[in-house]
Design a protein around this ligand. Structure first.
Ligand code: CP
Length: 311
């Protein structure tokens, strides 16, 4: 394929390209039927070495909505990985079967390794505690659609900012838009890693603060991005148990937030948002999932070079 492109990190896309993908996602949402044959005859492979509900099914729904087909595995134990096959060798095989591939792996950098052996576009569907760029497109699509802009926003990130790869990717993306401000709300043990704090936030010169109390930050946020504590990344279960219920957003705390503040969450939720909040019109974390399908449809078309072709 000419002009082979991958999406491993949000930085693989220019702002102009992100804008193009989000505009396409909005157009698809308005008229999904006109896109229902765009990928006829093409296959998406989903290689999921780690559990997933949303990302894998969202990718598969996106490809099916575009008229394409899907192959793949949702459990590495049922693939030849269990016999010791490497990501590089698996990718060489998938090159022969599919036209585009989404990979999730527990090791940081696995998607990059796959891309180095790929002759088809590779999409990072989450690599360990590192990056999750299509969740970022989902989040950007949700914010842009519901707030009408991606700049001039005050965004609070709350919870596990150390292991939460969706947080890392979304910060990477949002610092590139003007006049955004960040409030990083976490216990000391779960602060954003140095490579995000120093190399992304400080390096870009954006305004940000690190705090521990959620209640103190709610009144002037435009977006509250809640996250679960990532149990699977902890080496010490006692530490996880000590930290897991540190933040619980409930109706009482929502009284402190402004009427326009949106609550996003990449999901799955554990305890960090009480179910009583779900009916609050500011809670958009289930709508967010729908925006993710349109974002992934647009991304697939973009990476396959089909975003400009007529219906
Ligand atoms: N947001 C997200 O990555 O969810 P899954 O782990 O269910 O794919």
């Amino acid at each position: 394929m000419n002009n082979l492109r991958h999406l491993i990190s949000p930085l693989d896309l220019s702002l102009k390209e992100i804008d193009k993908i989000l505009s396409l996602a909005a157009t698809i949402k308005e008229n999904p039927k006109s896109y229902s044959k765009k990928c006829e005859g093409l296959k998406l492979a989903t290689l999921f070495y780690e559990p997933s509900t949303r990302t894998r099914l969202s990718f598969e729904t996106a490809m099916l909505n575009l008229g394409g087909s899907i192959i793949g595995f949702s459990d590495a134990a049922n693939s030849s990985v269990s016999k010791g096959e490497t990501v590089s060798d698996t990718m060489r095989i998938i090159n022969c079967f599919a036209d585009i591939c989404a990979i999730r792996h527990n090791k940081e950098g696995a998607a990059l390794v796959a891309a180095s052996k790929a002759t088809i576009p590779v999409i990072n569907a989450g690599d360990g505690g590192h990056q999750h760029p299509t969740q970022t497109l989902t989040d950007l699509n949700t914010i842009r659609s519901l707030k009408g802009r991606l700049s001039g926003l005050k965004i609070g990130f709350c919870g596990d900012l150390k292991f939460g790869r969706t947080v890392h990717s979304l910060i990477h993306a949002l610092v590139r838009y003007p006049d955004n401000e960040f409030v990083l709300i976490s216990p000391d043990e779960l602060r954003v890693p140095a490579y995000i704090r120093d190399d992304v936030l400080i390096h870009s010169g954006v305004k940000f603060t690190e705090v521990q109390r959620l209640e103190d930050s709610l009144s002037d946020l435009d977006i509250l991005y809640m996250t679960r504590v990532q149990k699977e990344r902890f080496f010490n279960e006692e530490e996880y148990i000590r930290l897991k219920d540190r933040y619980i957003l409930d109706k009482e705390k929502m009284k402190l937030a402004g009427p326009e503040m949106l609550i996003l969450h990449p999901l799955p939720r554990v305890n960090e948002i009480a179910t009583e909040v779900d009916d609050d019109p500011r809670a958009v974390y289930f709508k967010q999932v729908e925006y993710g399908v349109y974002a992934r449809m647009a991304l697939i078309l973009f990476l396959l070079g089909k975003e400009d072709t007529s219906c």
